[in-house]
Write a protein that binds this ligand. Structure first.
Ligand SMILES: C[S@@+](CC[C@H](N)C(=O)[O-])C[C@H]1O[C@@H](n2cnc3c(N)ncnc32)[C@H](O)[C@@H]1O
Length: 763
């Protein structure tokens, strides 16, 4: 019997974007016009309460129990820069004056929310102007830690500078506020509030003490933003330098510290110190602000000063000890990696941040010719040397509760990216807005051809251009995991993928939804498909180590996409993602190969990868897969003509890993041993035994699955009774592991079980 198939998640997704694209194209044609058939006030309000059910309802869950927030359209479709002129120079407009698809330069609009807001990607409300006309208002990039109702409660009066009026992807209209600096929230006493919207009954004048008490209540309830707002209100009415001023400043500094607004916290604490240079709390909070901002020298100076006056202050003593540790890390690059790794494992579904410093090793930023800037070695570097340990400017791990796994869809590039990228942009905007000094290093990063506006501070607030932040993020962010080395590398191999995961696998270069983050110094590293360094992640730390010996002056490179693609597909992804064509040695060699050779290799690799399904099936199936896999691997090998150290057999790695798993299951250690050694040769490694040691004379192509080859040589060697060889290889593997995982301390956590089972001694 015929029956309708439920549309798949991917179908819905595709349909949604096709429709959105059509609507937006039609909207372009109506630029400068007045909207037709606007709904009535009551229609606006009732529509508002049903908002989002259409897009959220059917697609918000992938069946795995984890929420999947859904779509987020890339805001690059119609970029309009933020307002960079003061409010006082703008002319007032009303809703009736607004024209579609235009940012109304030189104007502002005064509005009042008539409902409580919804939250989807933006905080959305319906607001009226002084003539009683209403319109939808979508406010993007606000701090997600705040509830929408605290940002825009019903009755809130606000100004939108240079309002951008547009057609929504659902076909209606809205004022869309992308830039946090374009909206000014007005409170009850602000003189700019129109007379008719002022409270009829004047509230009794509030004292600074009332604001302090309210602030303290919010603080206790962990509502730090609201607490800071109350202290600010109190500060507006106190005598500068008075006891109340000092208390309010100290309290606000503490609330700012909780929010991560370190620069503001430091400014408040320093203000107190300008009145009372030895105020204990101010010294301590200022030191904390410096510490959190990574300025350990200043933190040390402040703590030393504090302890001179107040030697019994235990918190300050503890913090000073930690500060010394941070300074040592900064100087030497020596970290307690195992402890840090265990800490990351404990994070569970909490957001985490490691208490450690950054290390900048023998590298500097320099001119990389047509690649722009790049990172270069400042001295000769050996395989495995630590080049960088960088702390995240901001990172969103997908494991943390509240992480928003969304598809950031770029309507212009027609490209979707699954992961926490849209959350990252939103959080970056907040970091930049509240830490303008720290923002400077972010703004130096590459943003492609985006025209930057020079905004600086306007109306006392930093201008943040959301489109610029998005561009910088897309060029420089890293897809990331919390740990590069998982304790059970095979745990995911047999897990059935959900529908959403399958779709994500097709859409994302790495084949899975990712966490994402931005690290400043590593952002200067250019790409090579055969790079001389490897990055790894440990919580919010990004570690870069040398993947071969690097002479002084050589450029440091990283592989942006560890893909299993042929050269043409790789080039396409570099161009659409980062706007460049790769000219690394691997690309040059592969691009010069005859098309038939490339096609043949591709066809064989695809065939081989299909054998993965055998792994989920019976052992008999596995056995029957061995012979065809060997034929395929030989076939792939035959498509390479140059020596391995010139053209590493990278595309053999996945098929080899599948065959290895077959051979392990079939309990054929000699074959496992032979195949792993052969695969390492194929990647360009030259490994010999000399003077009772396994020596890696030449390091080949490095990526994480290479570890499996080493472990297979070791375990198979041991199972064949050659414990001596196994132990020697184990020591060599440790060095390779250090580069791939960032640290060697966790090697036995990750591979210890496999080694012990094979009878390899662990020490
Ligand atoms: C993460 S940034 C790297 C630093 C960048 N070169 C700069 O000047 O800030 C990525 C950008 O660098 C450039 N880039 C990176 N690798 C490249 C390569 N192999 N060839 C040409 N350009 C490259 C591209 O413009 C890319 O969008």
């Amino acid at each position: 019997m015929f029956r309708f198939e439920e549309p798949t998640w991917a179908d819905k997704w595709f349909y949604y974007f096709q429709r959105a694209e059509r609507i937006l194209k039609e909207a372009e044609a109506r630029r400068g016009q007045k909207p037709l058939n606007k709904p009535s006030r009551s229609q606006y309000i009732s529509q508002h309460s049903f908002l989002n059910t259409e897009i959220r309802g059917g697609v918000g869950n992938d069946g795995s129990g984890k929420s999947f927030a859904g779509f987020s359209t890339n805001i690059t479709y119609n970029e309009h820069p933020p307002c960079i002129v003061p409010f006082a120079t703008l002319e007032k407009k009303f809703l009736d004056d607004l024209r579609l698809e235009i940012a109304h330069r030189g104007s502002y609009i005064m509005l009042r929310a008539v409902v409580n807001p919804n939250k989807y990607v933006s905080v959305t409300t319906v607001a009226e102007d002084e003539n009683g006309e209403v319109e939808l208002v979508q406010i993007y990039n606000q701090d997600d830690r705040r509830s929408p109702a605290s940002i825009m409660p019903e009755g809130q009066v606000f100004i939108v500078k240079e309002p951008y009026f547009k057609t929504t992807s659902g076909g209606g209209t809205s004022i869309r506020v992308d830039h946090v600096s374009d909206i000014i929230f007005l409170d009850g006493e602000d003189e700019r509030i129109p007379e008719k919207w002022r409270p009829r009954i004047k509230l009794l004048a509030r004292r600074s003490l009332d604001w302090k008490d309210d602030g303290n209540r919010f603080y206790k309830g962990k509502q730090y933003f609201e607490a800071a707002q109350c202290y600010t209100k109190g500060l507006e009415i106190v005598e500068p330098g008075s006891a109340s001023d000092i208390i309010l400043l100290l309290n606000r500094a503490q609330a700012y510290l909780e929010l991560g607004y370190n620069e503001k916290a430091l400014a408040d604490a320093d203000k107190v110190l300008s009145y009372e240079s030895l105020n204990q709390k101010a010294l301590y909070r200022s030191a904390l602000a410096c510490y959190e901002g990574g300025d350990y020298e200043s933190a040390k100076a402040r703590l030393v000063k504090l302890l001179k006056e107040f030697p019994e202050n235990k918190n300050a003593k503890d913090k000073l000890l930690r500060t010394f540790q941070r300074l040592r890390e900064q100087r030497t690059g020596k970290y307690e990696f195992l402890k840090m790794r265990n800490e990351v494992k404990e994070w569970g579904d909490k957001r985490g941040k490691l208490d450690c410093a950054e290390y900048v090793g023998p590298v500097r930023v320099g001119d990389a010719g047509d690649k722009g800037r790049g990172l270069f070695a400042t001295r000769d570097v050996k395989f495995g040397d630590l080049l960088l340990c960088s702390k995240a400017f901001n990172v969103c791990h997908k494991e943390a509760a509240g992480a928003k796994i969304e598809i950031l869809f770029n309507l212009k590039a027609k490209k979707g990216q699954a992961g926490t990228h849209s959350q990252l942009v939103q959080e970056l905007i907040q970091v930049l807005y509240h830490n303008p000094k720290k923002a400077k290093e972010f703004y130096k990063l590459d943003s492609g051809d985006y025209q930057r506006v020079r905004g600086g501070m306007v109306d006392g607030l930093p201008v943040v251009d959301s489109h610029l932040v998005m561009r910088i993020m897309l060029r420089n962010c890293f897809g990331c995991t919390r740990l590069s080395s998982v304790d059970d590398p095979l745990e995911n191999l047999f897990r059935e993928k959900s529908e959403v995961e399958k779709m994500i696998a097709e859409e994302s270069p790495t084949g899975e939804a990712e966490g994402s983050g931005l690290w400043i110094m590593p952002s200067y590293i250019n790409h090579s498909c055969w790079p001389n360094s490897i990055r790894s992640f440990l919580g919010d730390l990004l570690i870069v180590r040398a993947a071969r010996d690097i002479p002084e002056g050589e450029e440091i490179t990283l592989n942006y996409v560890e893909s299993d693609f042929g050269v043409q597909k790789r080039q396409k992804s570099f161009f659409s993602g980062w706007g460049f064509n790769c000219k690394c040695t691997l690309c040059v060699i592969e691009a010069a190969e005859p098309q038939e050779v490339q096609d043949r290799r591709q066809e064989l690799v695809e065939k081989a990868l299909k054998f993965k399904v055998y792994l989920k099936q019976s052992v008999e199936k596995t056995n029957s897969g061995i012979a065809p896999m060997i034929t395929l691997i030989k076939g792939i090998e035959a498509t390479y003509f140059k020596p391995e150290f010139i053209h590493p057999r990278v595309r053999l790695l996945s098929p080899t890993n599948i065959l290895q798993t077959f051979l392990v299951r079939a309990e054929r250690p000699p074959d496992v041993f032979f195949l792993a050694k052969q695969a390492l040769n194929g990647l360009g490694f030259k490994i010999t035994t000399k003077g009772g040691k396994v020596v890696i004379e030449r390091y080949g192509y490095m990526l994480y699955p290479v570890m499996n080859l080493f472990v297979h040589v070791i375990t198979a060697g041991a199972m064949m009774g050659d414990l001596w060889t196994a132990t020697l290889w184990r020591n060599a593997a440790l060095k390779v592991y250090e580069v791939l995982a960032g640290e060697k301390e966790s090697f036995f956590d990750v591979f210890g079980r496999a080694l012990l089972q094979a009878g390899v001694p662990l020490d």
